[in-house]
Design a binder for this molecule. Structure first.
Ligand code: HEM
Ligand code: HEM
Ligand SMILES: [Fe+2]
Length: 473
C-alpha cells in the first residue's frame, strides 16, 4: 500500500466520514430544538413542530452512523486485504447518489413535513416508522447503494487476504443490509407492523451493529497499539457468538406490550438479560489488550506509551465504557417485564437510548474519524491537543449529563404516573408537571448545549489536526 497517496478506498472513506460528521451536527441542532420545546412548548409552533424536530434528530442519527460505518469499512479494507478495493469507481458514484437522496429526504422532512396519510405519503414524504422514516423511493435507493457497497466488500474480500476481521464484517454486512428490508413494507395491523419494525431497530443495534463495533475495535487496537492479531481476533469470534446468541431472542424485550403472544415475556426476559455479557467481554477485550501490549513493551524496555493516535484511542476506550454502561447497565435496568411494565416509554427509555447510541456507536465512529485524519495526513498523533480534550470532555460530559437528567425524569414518571396513579391519563400529566420532571428537562437542555459546544471543539480539532505541528510525522 502506498504511503503518500491515499488509496481510492480510503479517499472514499473520508468522503463518507465528512458527510457523516455534517449529519451529526444536524442531529444535535434538531435535538436542541426538540429539547427547547420541552421547556417552551410554543417554540417554533407550526413551523417546526416537536414531532418533526424529533424525527429529524433520530433519523439523522441513524443515517450518520450508517455513513460512518460504511466509511470505516472502506478505510480498513486496503489495510486488511492488502489490495485495492474492487469496484471503487462504482462505489464513488453510489456515494453521490446516497448523499443526494439523503439531502432530498431531509429537505422534504423540513419543508413538506406531512402528507395526506395515504400511499403517496409513504412513497414520497415519510414512512412513519420511527428511526427509519425515509419514504419508499429513498428506501429503495438506499438498498441499491448498500448492495453496491456490499458488492465492493465481497469482491475485495474474495480477491484479497481475507482476515478474520474482514470475514466477520462480510457476514455481518449481509445481515445488516438484509434486515433493513423488514422495515420497508407496511401492514395495516399495527402489532404486525411493529413486530417487523423491531427487527430492524433491535437487530441492528443489539446484534449486527454491535458485531460491527467488535470488528472495528479489533482493527483499531491492531492499528493504534499494535495489539496481537491472534488475541484480538479470538475475542472477536467470542463476541460474535455471544452477541448473536443473546441479541436475536433478546428482541423479546420489545414484544412485551405490543399485542404479541405472552411467551415473549419469558423469552425476552431471559435472553435480553444475557445481553450485557458480550458487552462485558468487549470491555475486557479493549482493556486487556491494552494492558497486555503495554506490558510487552515494558519488558522489552521500550517506552510504555505505544499509542500512535491518542484522540482515537481515547474515543475507543470511551466506547468500551460507554457501550457497557449505556447498553449493558441502562439497558439491563428496564429489560425485565416486571420492571418494564413501569418504565416502558418513559424518559427512562430516552436516557438509555441516548447513552447507548452514544456510548456504543458515536464514540467508536468518532475514533475512526481520527484514524482517518491520521492516515490522510500520514502522521502520528502522539498527543491530545487542547481542542481534542475539550471536544471529548464536553461531548461526553454533556451526554452523561443529559442521561442523568433523563433518568431522573423517568424515575418521576415511573413513581408518579405509573406506580402512584396507575398509568391513567391524569397520572400522565401529573408526572410531567412535577418540579423534578421540569427541572430535569431544563438540565437536559443545558447539557445538550454543553454537548453541542463539545461538537464545535471536535469539528475544529478534526479539521486542524493534520496541520498541527505537535504531531510527529
Ligand atoms: C448499543 C446497543 C443499544 C442501543 C443503541 C439501544 C437503543 C435503544 C433505544 C433508542 C430504545 C428506544 C426505542 C424506542 O424508540 O422505542 C431502546 C429501547 C429498549 N432497550 Fe435498548 N439499546 C441497546 C441495547 C440494549 C440492551 C443490551 C438492553 C438490555 C439488556 C436494552 C434494553 C432495552 C429495552 C428493554 C427497551 C424498551 C424500553 C421501553 O420499554 O420503553 N437495550 N434501546
Ligand atoms: C444536543 C444534544 C441533544 C439533545 C438536546 C437531544 C434531545 C433529544 C430530544 C428532546 C429527544 C426527544 C425525546 C422524547 O421524545 O421525549 C431526543 C431523542 C433521542 N435522541 Fe437526542 N439529543 C441530543 C443528542 C443526542 C445524541 C448525541 C444521541 C446519540 C448519539 C441522541 C439520540 C437520541 C435517541 C436515540 C432518541 C430517541 C429516544 C427514544 O425514543 O427513547 N441524541 N433527543
Ligand atoms: Fe432491544
Amino acid at each position: 500500500m502506498a504511503n503518500n497517496t491515499l488509496d481510492e478506498s480510503k479517499q472514499l472513506a473520508t468522503w463518507y466520514f465528512a458527510f457523516a460528521f455534517i449529519l451529526f451536527g444536524a442531529q444535535l441542532l434538531f435535538g436542541l430544538v426538540a429539547a427547547v420545546q420541552f421547556v417552551m412548548p410554543g417554540f417554533l409552533f407550526e413551523i417546526l413542530d416537536f414531532s418533526v424536530a424529533r424525527m429529524i434528530h433520530i433519523n439523522a442519527l441513524v443515517v450518520w452512523m450508517v455513513f460512518a460505518m460504511i466509511g470505516s469499512v472502506y478505510w480498513l479494507l486496503p489495510d486488511e486485504t492488502g489490495i485495492d478495493t474492487v469496484g471503487i469507481k462504482i462505489g464513488k458514484l453510489l456515494y453521490w447518489v446516497f448523499v443526494a437522496a439523503i439531502a432530498v429526504v431531509v429537505l422534504v422532512y423540513i419543508f413538506v413535513q406531512t402528507g395526506p396519510a395515504d400511499e403517496t405519503t409513504i412513497w414520497f414524504i415519510n414512512e412513519g416508522r420511527e428511526y427509519i422514516e425515509a419514504p419508499r423511493w429513498a428506501d429503495i435507493g438506499i438498498v441499491v447503494v448498500v448492495l453496491g457497497f456490499v458488492g465492493n466488500l465481497f469482491l475485495t474480500g474474495m480477491k484479497g487476504n481475507r482476515s478474520g476481521i474482514v470475514t466477520v464484517i462480510m457476514a455481518d454486512m449481509i445481515a445488516f443490509a438484509g434486515i433493513y428490508l423488514a422495515g420497508m413494507f407496511f401492514t395495516d395491523n399495527i402489532s404486525v407492523d411493529q413486530y417487523w419494525w423491531w427487527w430492524v431497530i433491535h437487530l441492528w443495534v443489539e446484534a449486527t451493529w454491535e458485531v460491527f463495533v467488535g470488528s472495528i475495535a479489533a482493527y483499531g487496537l491492531i492499528t493504534m497499539i499494535g495489539a496481537h492479531r491472534k488475541v484480538v481476533e479470538m475475542w472477536l469470534w467470542i463476541e460474535v457468538a455471544m452477541l448473536f446468541g443473546s441479541g436475536i431472542l433478546g428482541m423479546g424485550h420489545h414484544y412485551f406490550w405490543i399485542g404479541t403472544p405472552e411467551y415473549w415475556w419469558e423469552i425476552g426476559a431471559l435472553f435480553s438479560a444475557l445481553e450485557p455479557l458480550p458487552l462485558v467481554a468487549m470491555f475486557v477485550h479493549v482493556l486487556y489488550d491494552w494492558g497486555k501490549t503495554q506490558g510487552a513493551e515494558e519488558e522489552k524496555g521500550n517506552a510504555v506509551s505505544v499509542i500512535n493516535n491518542k484522540p482515537a484511542f481515547t474515543w475507543f476506550v470511551l466506547n468500551a465504557f460507554g457501550n457497557f454502561l449505556g447498553a449493558g447497565v441502562w439497558g439491563f435496568f428496564h429489560t425485565l417485564p416486571q420492571v418494564n411494565l413501569y418504565t416502558h416509554g418513559t424518559q427512562f427509555t430516552a436516557a438509555h437510548g441516548h447513552l447507548a447510541f452514544f456510548g456504543a456507536y458515536a464514540t467508536i465512529l468518532i475514533g475512526m474519524m481520527y484514524i482517518a485524519v491520521q492516515g490522510k495526513n500520514n502522521i502520528k498523533i502522539l498527543n491530545n491537543t487542547k481542542s481534542s480534550i475539550w471536544g471529548v470532555s464536553l461531548v461526553t460530559g454533556g451526554v452523561m449529563g443529559m442521561t442523568v437528567a433523563l433518568t431522573i425524569a423517568g424515575y418521576v414518571q415511573v413513581l408518579v404516573s405509573r406506580a402512584q396513579m396507575g398509568a391513567t391519563w391524569a397520572g400522565y400529566f401529573d408526572g410531567q408537571n412535577g418540579l423534578w420532571f421540569s427541572q430535569a428537562m431544563d438540565w437536559r437542555l443545558i447539557m445538550g448545549v454543553v454537548t453541542f459546544l463539545g461538537f464545535l471543539f471536535l469539528t475544529k480539532d478534526l479539521l486542524s489536526t493534520g496541520k498541527s505541528s505537535v504531531h510527529v510525522r
